[in-house]
Design a binder for this molecule. Structure first.
Ligand code: FES
Length: 160
């Protein structure tokens, strides 16, 4: 017995409508999803350990300023960016890395040793050694970054 399957014209057109609709949806949908999640994925990739320098530079109990330069690739353009972090330790093993960018309007803070606090000259703000706001308009503490020591070198996880 030889059974022939036949598709009527209405069924064929219905199938083709769904197939073409699916192809068009995929054509628009996949790039749209990549556009939405792409920056987040890229940001994750850009998070690298940045080498600051020798751990021996940090005095016990005193925030020490480290400056470093990184390159950022934006499309075809490569920019150099200078980053600065204060690093301190109380025991020589556990390190804290703080941004030196004030959380108010982005001025650079500096460590005032005889007062034992960070000072922002733009609007007279003061931050404690751990970055907490003591006085002034900053809405939150100084940004803190994960830090590690390897082979006598300090690294911070940053770049974002
Ligand atoms: S920018 Fe630092 S207090 Fe305003």
């Amino acid at each position: 017995m030889n059974e022939k399957r036949t598709i009527d014209r209405r069924g064929f057109l219905g199938f083709m409508t769904w197939a073409i609709g699916g192809i068009i949806s995929a054509g628009f949908g996949i790039p749209a999803i990549a556009y939405i999640i792409g920056p987040a994925a890229r940001k994750e990739e850009e998070q690298n350990w940045i080498r600051l320098g020798s751990v021996s530079k940090v005095e016990l109990g005193t925030p020490t300023l480290f400056k470093t330069e990184i390159e950022r690739q934006t499309g075809w353009i490569t920019n150099k960016e200078e980053l600065s972090f204060y690093v301190f330790t109380e025991n020589g093993r556990d390190f804290v890395a703080l941004s030196n960018i004030c959380t108010h309007l982005g001025c650079r803070v500096r460590w005032i040793a005889d007062q034992g606090q960070f000072f922002c000259p733009c609007h007279n703000a003061a931050f404690a050694k751990n970055g907490e706001v003591i006085s002034g308009p900053p809405p939150r503490p100084l940004d803190q970054y994960p830090v590690k020591e390897e082979d006598g070198q300090l690294f911070v996880l940053g770049g974002g």
